[in-house]
Design a protein around this ligand. Structure first.
Ligand SMILES: NC(=O)c1ccc[n+]([C@@H]2O[C@H](COP(=O)([O-])OP(=O)(O)OC[C@H]3O[C@@H](n4cnc5c(N)ncnc54)[C@H](O)[C@@H]3O)[C@@H](O)[C@H]2O)c1
Ligand SMILES: [Zn+2]
Ligand SMILES: [Zn+2]
Length: 363
């Protein structure tokens, strides 16, 4: 039977997105249908519509979402109808070589729904295997993580992508610990979550770097101890500014949450000896970096990438929601505005103009 619902579709590279009628099939084995309540607008959605991720248009956008399970396919046991869930893009398989080595957070064969949602009979590519700017979406059951339903959906959904990516970049990938110095490039939703993660871990200095004063102002609210407006500065000048704030040494953990070669280079040179660089920002396929190999060797430490904050949804989502409900994690401040499903294109422009941390679509 399936469902005809509204969803936000990107039909072609750079073309404005539009609200369309899409078809969501009934769940098959191991799949569930989730009635979406809230879905944040993440920069990765914009990357999809710009063709920067791949060219498998049409995309059903939206992937930072919370909702209620409304229909179960055969064999589903991890959730039941009526459960309040956050959707994740890391439904671990339990069987790949990474899972079998006890490292499910790097699972190499994560699950998505096997059936396709469609528009006018054409298969849709759901953003990050989710597609949640829609009244209903179809996902693999493991993509739905049950959390305490006392949390507001617009807040819970944030954990599903950007906030988790940033918190986890600091806490999991970067391993920030008490007394560390940390710098974060790009103070959007992801970067500010990294700042909050660094604060939670007990970092002693947290340097926020952005080209926009508004973002730097918000970064201070999340726990940045210093800020640098890098607009118009050369890479060397930014590095010098970070060193000046760290007794000439550079930071222990340098987190890049923009996705540009210049900011990566700044992060690389602004870290202390034996420090860690964490790349969270998503570069486009044309971008290149050119680093002296002797510096890669001579500085020691680690150059890491962080996908989804190296999170394990079943471990991390309920824990973060508990911290939020206890008042120990500030999540509400990420929600700059609530919009309806027709507001996504406009929200992209607000994101580009730096006016918001997160616009959240309420459905
Ligand atoms: N690795 C992951 O798992 C993951 C998950 C979600 C998002 N992301 C990526 O993280 C990045 C940030 O996402 P977001 O939603 O926070 O985006 P955003 O647009 O809200 O934030 C980006 C910030 O970078 C700043 N910026 C731009 N150019 C800069 C420069 N040259 N120097 C310093 N700051 C600069 C902007 O002013 C803005 O505040 C994106 O590339 C997104 O795709 C990665
Ligand atoms: Zn696996
Ligand atoms: Zn995202």
């Amino acid at each position: 039977m399936g469902h005809e619902v509204h969803g936000v579709v990107a039909r072609g590279k750079g073309a404005p997105v539009s609200v369309e009628n899409i078809f969501v099939p009934d769940p098959g084995a191991g799949e569930v249908v989730v009635d979406i309540q809230a879905c944040g607008v993440c920069h990765t959605d914009l990357h999809y519509r710009e063709g920067a991720i791949n060219d498998e248009f049409p995309f059903l956008l939206g992937h930072e979402a919370a909702g209620v399970v409304s229909q179960l396919g055969p064999g589903v046991s991890n959730v039941k109808e009526g459960d309040f869930v956050i959707l994740n893009w890391r439904a671990v398989c339990g069987q790949c070589r990474s899972c079998l080595r006890g490292r499910p957070q790097y699972c190499f064969a994560t699950h998505n729904a096997k059936q396709k949602m469609t528009i006018e009979g054409v298969d849709l590519s759901p953003a990050l295997g989710i597609g949640a700017f829609a009244e209903k979406t179809l996902v693999a059951a493991g993509q739905a993580t049950v959390v305490n339903n006392a949390v507001e959906p617009e807040v819970a959904g944030l954990i599903g992508c950007g906030v988790m990516a940033g918190l986890g970049a600091a806490l999991n990938t970067g391993g920030v610990t008490r007394g560390d110095s940390v710098a974060v490039w790009g103070c959007g939703g992801v970067g500010n979550a990294a700042i909050e993660g660094a604060r939670l871990a007990g970092a002693r200095a947290i340097i926020a770097i952005d080209v926009d004063d508004r973002k730097l102002h918000w970064a201070k609210d999340f726990g940045a101890t210093h800020s640098i407006n890098s607009a118009g500065l050369s890479n060397e000048e930014v590095v010098a500014a970070v060193r000046e704030l760290t007794e000439g040494n550079g930071v222990d953990v340098a987190i890049e949450a923009v996705g540009l070669p210049d900011t990566y280079e700044q992060a690389f040179f602004a870290r202390d000896l034996a420090g860690t660089v964490v790349l969270v920002g998503v570069p486009n396929p044309e971008m290149r970096i050119d680093l002296p190999l002797i510096e890669v060797f001579g500085r020691g430490g680690a150059l890491k990438s962080s996908w989804y904050g190296d999170c394990l949804p079943s471990r991390d989502f309920p824990m973060l929601i508990d911290l939020y409900l206890q008042g120990r994690l500030e999540l509400g401040r990420f929600v700059s505005e609530k919009i309806d499903i027709h507001g996504v294109e406009d929200a992209f422009h607000k994101m580009e103009r730096g006016e918001v941390l997160r616009s959240v679509v309420m459905i």
